[in-house]
Design a protein around this ligand. Structure first.
Ligand SMILES: Nc1nc2c(c(=O)[nH]1)N[C@H]1C(S)=C(S)[C@@H](COP(=O)(O)OP(=O)(O)OC[C@H]3O[C@@H](n4cnc5c(=O)[nH]c(N)nc54)[C@H](O)[C@@H]3O)O[C@H]1N2
Ligand SMILES: Nc1nc2c(c(=O)[nH]1)N[C@H]1C(S)=C(S)[C@@H](COP(=O)(O)OP(=O)(O)OC[C@H]3O[C@@H](n4cnc5c(=O)[nH]c(N)nc54)[C@H](O)[C@@H]3O)O[C@H]1N2
Ligand code: SF4
Ligand SMILES: [Mo]
Length: 710
């Protein structure tokens, strides 16, 4: 060993596991990680981290993590060399394209692709080599309504307003649990500290959630709400604000279009009917509306609980209108737009969005941004006919555990002619692949967060160098995309121009960005500048930027998209229909020591009491003669699971909660620790037919279920 191998060194980087992008300080000698601690000097995370950061070490060391390509054979999986693997995959995919056309090859992009900048700079280029309409991603089990509305109202799918928590006086939160998730579409590391500061300056946070969550515990007020009914509550707030003339859009009035029209239709709804629907009394709706409107600076924010429910897009629209009608959009302390150092909006390669350019073959679900809702993936594979999907490429995704009716998808994947997965685990999804191509893991590559700086509560920028050199036998995600893309393009006769490396793309993005050398900004950002600032650079608080930043024609704030006016009318008819039969409603849950489906192979994250349990109100248990700790059978239209039940007064009566990402008991996976803590998957209960009608986003929350003794 040389001195260099044994000397202790300190490495600084941003954690890329979740949206909070916390700064880390990692001590190493050689290939040995000694400690992972918060980077106190990070201008955004201010010394915050969570237990998952330490599990980066476990991921790096994990003997189950794949390091070389593997191929399925009659005698099981065998390792192969990279070039042979690329040749095989290109050959099989191109054969299918040539025989059945490009739509026969589908792809699915999972969540970590947005946390891995090489996936963003090179993934789309790779996937566009095969011009298929069957593109899917985790977007449609997540934030699709946010992006669709950003596109319709502000002209760009990434123009998602962010609650300015650091200056806000009244934060109204629906269906988010930042104490566990560390924030989503609001990159808010150190949420507890930021909330305390809000409360210390006399501000309030009000939360609506069918469970009294970790976030409810620190809120100033928590209200139970029946799953899937938030649109009624939000419409009620707007109606009161309009009726009592509490709203004032302020300077937004100069460039908004359609607010009055939207408010008129909302005003026609009946408050008592709205209150009855969501189960929140009229007096409470009136009080919250008055408080919100009276607060000097207020912001409404809703996340998974309102995005992935039956009226996800309606909820997110009403949230936008609430911020606009009270003049809180684009106001300090309200809901603001970011100005990231690499600006994906004001950029020559910007992709504003698209909607409904084509529909899914079987069910006719609409395209958004070139992708179809993933709830349609299984049927596109299972339904015969012209355009049937026969091959699948998955990148950083585990849709068997993460998309509705996972059992059906499991069956569909089994029937494919060919499947390739770019992933470093042999898991519930990749076990169906013919070839698995494992990329390097995060500590072996550099990182710049292209997406989450753009959703952060403060403008900052940070570049992380690789901690370890990539081993000679390993490939980065982007290198896999390039190698495969080149082979496929050559075979299919698709033209390809050379493309810069990810770090070169970022350098260019920084230089032409708002703080870049080319804009003659005093910060003069470039990659070299960020490399010299390993803790990151602070670019200041969010600033008002409308109407200049709007990407709509004429720079108008479009408040009444026709699709939303139609959805509002449909909602009004729904309210008039007879009330639905009251049964049990299933919702999801996140835990700070989980990360969707793929971090359960770290002992330090799965140890302790079993977390994959069904939470149920004691009265609901008693009504069924069930005891705390019993094994119960939970059933929905699509399937059933058996799981331990836990009596919890934190649940709203009539609502049960089960966390997703578990269900590691499927045969043939290679994740020893996860298998020993298998749990069950709620997506064996969620229904591929239960969707938000506007966007096709999956309604993972509010699924009708029954619970009985097993
Ligand atoms: N520790 C950890 N952190 C994560 C992740 C993780 O898996 N683990 N995942 C990351 C990802 S990919 C994302 S998208 C974010 C998600 O971030 P969040 O949205 O903050 O996290 P969730 O826990 O899904 O919060 C959704 C909340 O909505 C509630 N809810 C369910 N149905 C309804 C409803 O109908 N109405 C209302 N008002 N509330 C409802 C649930 O009880 C839950 O508390 O978290 C990210 N961070
Ligand atoms: N019932 C229910 N279902 C849900 C949710 C819910 O709240 N309730 N949440 C939904 C949400 S918000 C999301 S985002 C989805 C997530 O759904 P998915 O993205 O489909 O699944 P993940 O569990 O994130 O799995 C990520 C995969 O990527 C691999 N991976 C990790 N890092 C990398 C990398 O750098 N490169 C490559 N190539 N692979 C990598 C992991 O091994 C794993 O196989 O789940 C959704 N499903
Ligand atoms: S909160 Fe998210 S970004 Fe921060 S340390 Fe935990 S996993 Fe990493
Ligand atoms: Mo997500």
């Amino acid at each position: 060993m040389t001195d260099h191998d044994t000397a202790e060194r300190i490495h600084h980087r941003a954690c890329n596991l979740c949206e909070a992008i916390c700064g880390l300080e990692i001590r190493v000698t050689g290939e040995q990680i000694l400690s992972i601690r918060p980077d106190e000097a990070d201008p955004l995370s201010q010394g915050h981290i969570c237990p998952k950061a330490v599990a980066l070490k476990d991921l790096f060391d994990d003997p189950d993590r794949l390091r070389k390509p593997i191929r399925r054979t009659a005698d099981g999986w065998v390792e192969m060399e990279w070039d042979a693997a690329f040749d095989l995959v290109a050959e099989r995919l191109c054969g299918i394209v040539e025989q059945h056309g490009p739509d026969a090859v589908a792809n699915y992009l999972g969540n970590p692709t947005v946390h891995n900048y090489g996936g963003l700079t090179h993934g789309p280029r790779f996937l566009s080599t095969i011009k298929t309409r069957n593109r899917f991603s985790a977007t449609s089990v997540d934030q699709l309504p946010h992006q669709l509305l950003a596109y319709w109202m502000y002209g760009h799918q990434l123009m998602v307003p962010i609650a300015d928590i650091d200056r806000c006086d009244y934060l109204l939160v629906l269906g988010a649990n930042p104490m566990a998730s560390n924030g989503s579409l609001m990159t808010v590391p150190a949420f507890p500290k930021r909330l305390k500061a809000l409360q210390a300056r006399g501000g309030r946070m009000v939360l609506l959630d069918p469970r009294r969550t970790e976030t409810a515990e620190v809120a100033d007020e928590h209200l139970f709400i029946r799953p899937g009914t938030d649109a009624a509550f939000l419409a009620g707030l707007l109606k009161v604000i309009d009726n009592e003339n509490l709203g004032d859009p302020g300077r937004l009035a100069g460039f908004e279009d359609g607010l009055e029209v939207a408010l008129a239709d909302i005003g026609a709804l009946k408050l008592d009917q709205l209150a009855a629907h969501c189960g929140i009394p009229v007096a409470t709706i009136e009080r919250i509306a008055r408080e919100f409107a009276a607060a000097p600076r207020a912001a409404a924010y809703g996340r998974m609980g309102v995005s992935t429910q039956a009226r996800g897009t309606l909820c997110q629209w009403l949230i936008q209108l609430l911020n606009i009608a009270t003049g809180n959009l684009d106001r300090e302390g309200g809901a603001m737009f970011t100005r990231p150092a690499v600006d994906l909006i004001d950029n020559p390669t910007s992709k504003p969005g698209s909607f409904g350019r084509w529909k899914s073959r079987v069910r006719g679900l609409p395209e958004f941004g070139g992708e179809l809702p993933v709830a349609a993936l299984a049927e596109e594979i299972l339904t015969e006919g012209e355009g049937q999907v026969r091959a699948l490429i998955t990148v950083a995704g585990n849709p068997v555990l993460s998309t509705p009716n996972g059992t059906q998808l499991d069956r569909a994947l089994d029937s494919l002619d060919f499947m390739v997965s770019i992933d470093f685990y042999l898991n519930e999804t990749t076990r169906h692949a013919d070839v698995i191509l494992p990329p390097t893991c995060t500590l072996e590559h550099d990182h710049y967060d292209l997406i989450f700086h753009a959703f952060a509560v403060r403008n900052t920028a940070r570049y992380s160098a690789p901690l370890f050199e990539r081993p000679a036998h390993a490939r980065h995600d982007w290198e896999i995309f390039e190698a495969l893309g080149a082979r496929i393009a050559a075979r299919l006769g698709v033209k390809r121009s050379p493309h810069p490396r990810p770090d070169q793309v970022i350098d260019m993005g920084l230089q032409i960005g708002p703080y870049g050398t080319m804009r003659k900004h005093p910060q003069a950002l470039s990659l070299a500048v960020l490399k010299a600032a390993p803790h990151g650079v602070d670019l200041g608080a969010l600033e008002p930027c409308l109407p200049a930043r709007l990407q709509t024609p004429g720079k108008f704030l479009l408040c009444a998209p026709p699709e939303m006016m139609a959805e509002l009318a449909a909602f009004a008819r729904h309210l008039d229909a007879a009330p639905e039969a009251a049964g049990l409603s299933l919702i999801g849950r996140r835990d700070v020591r989980s990360n969707n489906s793929w971090m359960h192979n770290a002992q330090r994250l799965v140890k302790g009491p079993v977390r994959n349990r069904l939470l149920m109100h004691p009265d609901d248990l008693a009504a069924r003669g069930l005891a705390d700790g019993a094994t119960v059978r939970v059933a929905s239209r699509v399937g059933a699971v058996q799981v331990e039940v836990e009596a919890s007064a934190a649940m709203m009566p009539g609502v049960v909660s089960l966390p997703h990402g578990w269900g590691h008991d499927r045969a043939g996976i290679r994740m020893a620790i996860a298998e020993a803590h298998a749990g069950v998957s709620p997506n064996d209960l969620t229904d591929e037919l239960l969707l938000d009608p506007v966007s096709g986003n999956a309604a993972l929350n509010g699924v009708p279920v029954t619970v009985a003794a097993a």
